[in-house]
Design a binder for this molecule. Structure first.
Ligand SMILES: [Fe+2]
Length: 238
């Protein structure tokens, strides 16, 4: 099962406390705008003590993750609120909310992939079917890992993401800028390595990013990655 924020769905006419703060000029549209609402709830991760990534670092990072969830909910609510306005300023605001949604949503979802990889027992290695796919693409499991590390050396903030491509029966490793630039459409995420400085700067200076990447792999539970790959391929075979 691919990691998802839990969410709730309601069909009430009240979209929640944040929308109670809407400008008065939009209140007359509530009956039209607040037809339904759903909100995401931050996931709770069962994380062990990690090697080379401190509890303080994880705490800071989880708080940032919760900020993405909060802002996804905020944008969804504000988009509903501004969606019915003819006001030029409101239309401009709506366009900006829409422009930012991918950043906030992918920020939320990518962190769920990230933290989930540390749950359970660390270790293992790309095995079985995933190892075969990695070897076909990169030559061997070792060369696959070397390639991931090479992509992780890309300058700038973002992620290394390894995807399954059920259509091509292969995997792809890409650098995703911010949280959303360069994502491969529709491909299931297998591995997500956060390369934003906030992911490691409690423990490492930027010049030591390599040490953070070492710690990431030392704590990675490969069975989570394997499971994602198996499910991606199972879905494609169905
Ligand atoms: Fe992050």
């Amino acid at each position: 099962m691919i990691a998802n924020s839990s969410w709730t769905w309601s069909t009430t006419s009240n979209a929640g406390a944040s929308l109670e703060e809407a400008p008065n000029s939009f209140h007359s549209n509530q009956a039209l705008c607040y037809i339904s609402s759903m909100t995401y709830t931050p996931r709770v991760f069962n994380l062990p003590v990690l090697e080379g990534i401190s509890e303080k670092q994880i705490k800071v990072h989880l708080a940032l993750y919760e900020g993405y969830v909060k802002h996804v909910n905020l944008i969804m609510g504000m988009s509903q609120m501004y969606g019915k306005t003819d006001d030029e300023g409101g239309k401009y605001s709506l366009a900006e909310f829409r422009r930012r949604f991918g950043f906030e949503f992918d920020g939320m979802r990518m962190h769920e992939y990230y933290f989930e990889q540390f749950e359970g027992e660390k270790g293992g290695s790309p095995d079985s079917v995933l190892a075969k796919a990695a070897a076909e693409k990169y030559g061997s499991g070792e060369e696959f890992l070397a390639h991931v590390r090479q992509v992780a050396a890309t300058r700038g903030i973002g992620w290394v993401v390894v995807y399954a491509d059920p259509v091509g029966k292969t995997i792809h490793t890409v650098f995703v800028g911010d949280h959303e630039f360069g994502q491969l459409s529709g491909l299931p995420v297998l591995l997500a390595l956060d390369l934003w400085e906030h992911a490691y700067m409690v423990d490492y200076v930027p010049a030591d990013k390599k040490n953070y990447i070492d710690a990431f792999f030392a704590n990675l539970n490969w069975s989570v990655v394997e499971k994602r790959f198996d499910e991606a391929m199972k879905i494609s075979a169905a």
